[in-house]
Design a binder for this molecule. Sequence first.
Ligand SMILES: Nc1ncnc2c1ncn2[C@@H]1O[C@H](COP(=O)(O)OP(=O)(O)OP(=O)(O)O)[C@@H](O)[C@H]1O
Length: 461
Amino acid sequence: MAENPDRAKPVLLVVEDDPGLQKQLKWSFDDLEVVIAGDRQEALAALRRHEPAVVTLDLGLPPDADGVSEGLATLHEMLALAPATKVIVVSGNQDRANAVKAVGMGAYDFYQKPFDLEVLQLIIKRAFHVAQLEAENRKLQRLSSSFALTGILTAAEPMLKVCRTIEKVAPVDATVLLLGESGTGKELLARALHELSPRAGKRFVAINCAAIPETLLESELFGYEKGAFTGASKQTKGKIEYADGGTFFLDEVGDLPMALQAKLLRFLQERVVERLGGREEIPVDVRVVCATHRDLSGLIAEGRFREDLYYRISEITVAIPPLRERAGDAALLAQAFLERFAEQFKKPVKGFTPEAVAALEAHTWPGNVRELENCIKRAVIMSEDGRIGAADLGLAAFAAEPLNLRQVREEAERRAVTRALARAAGNVARAAELLGVSRPTLYDLINRYGLVAKTENNPAP
Ligand SMILES: Nc1ncnc2c1ncn2[C@@H]1O[C@H](COP(=O)(O)OP(=O)(O)OP(=O)(O)O)[C@@H](O)[C@H]1O
């Protein structure tokens, strides 16, 4: 586990039931903040609260102060909760076998009483050193393994799949259509596609159809000759022509007005542009990548998007999953943004509280990665101490990590039942069918999770 970033001094947790030794150890380490726990419960609470990198654990804890059962059980629970913690077990002089057993269970080292402070100080110092090296190593591994493509951070399977598709289609000159909600990283992926293509050394030119007034869009795309309209004081290339040899990224293509759709289609068929007010046909060699958050089939059905243009721009279509469908990515991206903004704004912010991480994972992020980025930026700017909590993010607090697999399963089951009941408008027979279980089984589940349903005889309120 990483050392606690809130404090100037690293925390050493001492789990020891003897009041005399507690006092002695409390004041023996000038460069450490020593936290004392007298039994298993206190030890686990202190581990959760302080996240010490190093713990000394007396194996003889109450209620088995003369044996080792309670000490070993405490060790087991500590390592289950925080596997990276360096636990140094402290045992009686005659109890080497149990100390070795503890090391076999995952303890970092052991130390035998009676106390020789100098030796113990050395072992502890070395443990902190190892913990720090391991933490740095983990951080490096995380950074190098999470960049699926240039600038694209993800560890979620559906997004990794998108990245693999981008890698595959990059070398081919086909037009690519990126579909995804706002802020999912469409432009970032278009840039990665360009970087991986043989056109990488040439220009990547992006234009957002929704951001430019209709009257200016045509001249932006196709350019104009001098005198083509009032104010056209000199010949100007359009964005498509400007991208010659490279990649042209047309964002929000669903917002392209009908008249320009026809003109874009013509360009895609003929691969020539005609500047406004000009007569010359200028050949342009660009790779076209389009993106939209709109439902193009819906627009086609409404007659607002040309079907023939759709087929031209979608030789390859890539659907980008929203952030809420990328398990684990909110926390991963949040940590990366935190590190970036902490450096940019020179703030000593090191991490999130476990509740904040849970809140980040639970939020649905309608604005996707852009919303997350802005949320972390604001929290870093406003932060006053080393850790960002759920409240600092402006998100509802959620319980931290579930305790165990049973809790995870129950939560998933409860959600599936709730969803099925909602889809079946509360009708148990229909919901049972959706879930593939019998009606009595579903009633049991409804009772267990305190949910509301309706039956033919018992309509929901
Ligand atoms: N996987 C990712 N890793 C790192 N940063 C990301 C990732 N996805 C998006 N971002 C960042 O989030 C922001 C929004 O991404 P981008 O502009 O590519 O989204 P978009 O889908 O094109 O948005 P819009 O549709 O609103 O134009 C950018 O600052 C981008 O750098």
